[in-house]
Design a protein around this ligand. Structure first.
Ligand code: PLP
Length: 405
């Protein structure tokens, strides 16, 4: 039996896996100690859980357990990476290279440093598929560049960047390389050694772990990367992130990482099949629909499409038993089209009509079929009410029409 509402927005967050919850629960009750309490068994028990999680997470990304710094989530990890590197290496330089489709946690951290007069930032453009060109990274490097920050995979369009190539350039030039790998870790292979990454942002809630728990992985050797903390206090996490550890969250994060390491390859195959089925189903049934993002170098569960002549927000309202995202973010008073979709060179109308589907672990084939039919029906209904769609179907070139106010 199909149960609604259907959740297909797994880039926004994922449901905590019941196996992860089982691991977490005792840490709320019997094992509630503070991992920093060194003088009794409650503290030791909590610390044991944290150490296990460090190992589980490090194993998933090919790093060392001691290189994991726990944070409150990837927003903090991104802030710590960007601001922490800039501050530590300020005598060496103040230039950052990043790209226009990064998450706001990176973009706004860069802007804050620019406003404070602490950094100059190059925001690289992307191609029509949302991909950064490694040659552009190389050309942007100056003798003041201290940080390159390029995300592993984009959260809206799923495009996977050529991380290994960028890592090679960064190594060659001796520049610290950070990657926000939030959408990639646990979904596709991420190996910090093979890809020459120096800092990596992660968060538990995108890989079926709990919310409010993240990590920044910081390379300790070859070269040793340093950061200045952005939170002062008790000196936890080797002084890089003070604050009592979220032990329940951390043990859940670890369990989620271990499950991902075991099941990721098989799961990716299953998600890719479901995503492809959804994509084929929509493209077979509807005309004037456009794929956003890279056709092949894309996260397995990601599908981002624009339905011409349909407002993304109206479509979402019409399919209120299906949870997906539109490319328009309701920011304060204005409804702005997604800056990520706009960066692909897509026109404003098509950007407004984009929808992001995120197929995940708990979705079924039956749900994919239901969503395909539901979206198709609603797009057709909205287009029936659209004079523009009607005109376009009659062969009128809408660009040649001069509209009167
Ligand atoms: N970076 C990317 C690419 C994301 O998708 C997200 C979450 O939406 C974040 C950072 C922020 O992560 P968190 O919710 O853990 O702060």
């Amino acid at each position: 039996m199909l149960k609604t509402p259907i959740y297909m927005d797994n880039h926004a967050t994922t449901r905590t896996d019941p196996r992860v919850l089982d691991v977490m629960l005792p840490y709320f009750t019997e094992k509630f100690g503070n991992a920093a309490s060194r003088n009794h068994s409650f503290g030791w028990e909590a610390e044991e859980g944290v150490v296990r999680a460090r190992n589980q997470i490090a194993a998933l990304i090919g790093g060392k357990a001691k290189e994991i710094i726990f944070t409150s989530g990837a927003t903090e990890s991104d802030n710590l990476a960007v601001k922490g590197v800039l501050e530590f290496y300020k005598d060496k330089g103040n230039h950052i290279i990043t790209c226009v489709t990064e998450h706001k946690a990176i973009l706004d951290s860069c802007r804050a440093l620019e406003r404070a007069g602490k950094a100059t930032v190059t925001y690289l453009a992307v191609d029509k598929y949302g991909m950064v060109d490694p040659d552009d990274v190389r050309s942007a490097i100056t003798d003041k560049t201290v940080l390159i920050s390029i995300m592993w995979a984009n959260n809206e369009i799923g495009t996977i960047h050529p991380i290994a190539e960028i890592g090679k350039i960064a190594k060659e030039k001796g520049i610290v390389f950070h990657s926000d790998a939030v959408q990639a870790v646990g979904h596709i292979p991420v190996d910090v050694e093979k890809n020459g990454v120096d800092l990596l942002s992660l968060t538990a809630h995108k890989l079926y772990g709990p919310k409010g728990c993240g990590a920044l992985w910081v390379r300790s050797k070859g070269p040793r990367v340093r950061i200045t903390p952005i939170i002062d206090g008790g000196g936890h996490e080797r002084g890089m992130r003070s604050g009592t550890l979220n032990v329940t969250g951390i043990v859940g994060f670890g369990a989620a990482a271990e499950i991902a390491a075991k099941e990721m390859n098989e799961e990716a195959e299953r998600l890719r099949e479901m995503r492809n089925k959804l994509q084929a189903g929509l493209f077979e049934r509807l005309d004037e629909i456009y794929l956003n993002g890279h056709p092949t170098e894309r996260l397995p569960g990601n599908l981002n499409v624009s339905f011409a002549y349909v407002e993304g927000e109206s479509l979402l309202m019409g399919i209120n038993d299906v949870a997906v995202s539109s490319g328009s973010a309701c920011t304060s008073a204005t409804l702005e089209p997604s800056y990520v979709i706009r960066a692909l060179g897509t026109n404003e109308e098509l950007a407004h009509s984009s929808i992001r589907f995120g197929v995940g672990r708990f979705n079924t084939d039956e749900e994919v079929d239901y969503v395909t039919e539901r979206v198709t029906k609603e797009v057709r209904r909205l287009r029936e009410m659209s004079p523009l769609y009607e005109m376009a179907k009659e062969g009128i070139d809408l660009k040649s029409v001069s509209w009167k106010a």
